[in-house]
Design a protein around this ligand. Structure first.
Ligand code: ADP
Ligand code: MG
Length: 144
């Protein structure tokens, strides 16, 4: 378990970038935390760390967005609006979760039962006592 604190979106981006640089083929990153906490900011940094140059945003209407111009393919999921697990089956999630690229799943806790055992869990939290821009980022699982 690793705990990191940031005080700006840029810092959270940098943490994502660092983790993205070290990311390995086949890994699944589960990003959790409330709306507006910085999951997408982290993901944008993570994509940069994979040398992805395409613009990364939350794939709000598509569940999944693929980025293939980086060091490894990145499959970016945002499952916030998912109705039930069947929707994941319809998009063929197993091809991605157990595939050759890297998966990053915003709101992964909502589909916890589908997440591979060796996934890396990242939780971002605010703490208003420490300021509006403060975030605590906890990284757990796999080889960390
Ligand atoms: P989420 O994807 O979790 O819903 P976003 O990444 O889209 O959240 O938005 C996070 C918002 O919080 C952005 O407007 C960003 O500028 C702001 N923010 C403020 N401080 C931080 C921080 N330390 N880390 C990340 N984002 C921050
Ligand atoms: Mg988001």
């Amino acid at each position: 378990m690793k705990k990191i604190e940031t005080n700006s979106p840029e810092e959270t981006f940098q943490i994502g970038e660092q983790i993205g640089k070290e990311a390995l083929q086949g890994q699944v990153y589960c990003i959790n935390g409330d709306l507006g906490v910085g999951k997408t900011v982290f993901t944008q940094g993570f994509a940069r760390g994979l040398s992805i140059t395409d613009a990364v945003n939350s794939p709000t209407f598509t569940i999944i967005q693929e980025y293939t111009d980086g060091r490894l393919p990145l499959y970016h999921f945002d499952v916030y609006r998912i109705g039930d697990i069947e929707e994941m089956e319809e998009i063929g999630y197993e091809e991605y979760f157990f595939g050759e690229g890297i998966c990053l799943i915003e709101w992964a806790a909502l589909i916890q039962e589908l997440i591979p055992q060796n996934a890396i869990w990242i939780t971002i939290k605010k703490n208003l006592e420490k300021g509006l821009d403060y975030r605590e980022i906890v990284v757990e699982g796999n080889n960390l």
